[in-house]
Design a protein around this ligand. Structure first.
Ligand SMILES: NC(=O)c1ccc[n+]([C@@H]2O[C@H](COP(=O)([O-])OP(=O)(O)OC[C@H]3O[C@@H](n4cnc5c(N)ncnc54)[C@H](OP(=O)(O)O)[C@@H]3O)[C@@H](O)[C@H]2O)c1
Length: 308
């Protein structure tokens, strides 16, 4: 078969012949890959920088995807840490880490959406007790996960969703997806009175935003949960000590590990349904797997989906 094979962390994967994958355990099966998203998780695992990656080479990247199982059923599958990923004509899945999709599901749309959509869905459902009527600020709202977070927060009954980012033009487009307000990161004090922050940016911008935002709160003793989800602006953030004293804020993270795999998996059917039914808007660009090297380096705000 053909696959995208990564032989070094310094260069994109190459499309070439690769040995057929082999199923091992009781729950494993060899499946045909129909579509696999090029997510940040996929890239950072493939470059050895994600905390859940093994760092071993060579490897076939691809952390998830839409596949056809031996019985002809469509499935969305999440792969455990593996060197035999979904950027291949065939891969091995653990059926317990998959969800069956309706026969008419669009593989590209599902493959593009599940990873970014689950970031906010799981954070609000599994990391905190989110109640309808609460107010949510999304930092980094213009990205794929952030745009979906706007929609997911609304689906969960948020009373107010404020979308924050660095690009005013991109932010303006988010009102059509349900954002009640938008603001740039410099204007974050205007978003002070929220109950939850979903932070995709972290780094210096998140740390800088904290004091102006927290000190502008009408009631600083009202609880605020800052959920660290992504780290687009930096893996570390210099949190001012005063930020933890000036207001009743707690910082938690949401991701693989802080949320158990079984909790992620339990949410998959509902996320797939929301995507499939069009309740979550998806920006996807299908690219043939043979074009993986160019796609790897492409700068686009659409989610690239590789199609074998
Ligand atoms: N923990 C989880 O469960 C989970 C799941 C999925 C994704 N994630 C993480 O979430 C993050 C976003 O993923 P995505 O799929 O939405 O990526 P994306 O589509 O590439 O969007 C990236 C977002 O980050 C913003 N950004 C990038 N660099 C920035 C900087 N230096 N300062 C301020 N904003 C910056 C971008 O703003 P512009 O629009 O202005 O460029 C955009 O809003 C990634 O770190 C990803 O790994 C986490």
């Amino acid at each position: 078969m053909h696959a995208a094979v990564l032989s070094t962390f310094d260069a994109p994967p190459a499309y070439r012949a690769h040995p057929e994958p082999v199923a091992a355990g009781d729950h494993e099966m060899v499946v045909r890959v129909l579509a696999a998203g090029l997510h940040h998780l996929t890239r950072s695992k493939a470059t050895g920088s994600h905390y859940s990656g093994s760092g071993a080479l060579p490897l076939v990247p691809g952390a998830d995807g839409v596949v056809r199982d031996p019985a002809g059923r469509l499935r969305y599958a999440v792969l455990d840490d593996t060197r035999s990923g979904t950027f291949a004509e065939r891969t091995v899945i653990d059926v317990r880490r998959s969800v069956e999709l309706p026969a008419g599901a669009d593989p590209v749309r599902i493959a593009a959406a599940m990873n970014p959509a689950m970031s906010s869905w799981v954070a609000l459902r599994r990391r905190i007790t989110f109640a309808a009527g609460q107010r949510v600020l999304i930092i980094g709202a213009t990205g794929n996960a952030g745009r979906m977070a706007v929609q997911v927060a609304k689906l969960f009954g948020a009373a107010r969703v404020i979308a924050a980012g660095r690009d005013a033009a991109r932010l303006a487009a988010l009102t059509a997806l349900g954002a009640d307000e938008t603001c740039t990161l410099d204007e974050i004090s205007a978003a002070a009175d929220v109950d939850v922050v979903l932070d995709y940016v972290w780094g210096e911008p998140a740390a800088t935003a904290m004091i102006p935002m927290l000190t502008a709160r009408t009631d600083r003793s009202a609880p605020l949960t800052w959920i660290q989800i992504g780290s687009m602006a930096g893996a570390t953030a210099p949190i001012p000590a005063a930020a933890l004293r000036a207001a009743r804020m707690r910082i938690v993270g949401s991701g693989i590990g802080s949320v158990p795999a079984r909790d992620f998996l339990a949410e998959l059917p509902q996320i797939a349904a929301a995507v499939g039914e069009g309740r979550i808007d998806v920006r996807a660009r299908a690219v043939p797997l043979a074009g993986v090297a160019d796609a790897w380096a492409a700068e686009t705000d659409e989610r690239i989906v590789l199609v074998p």
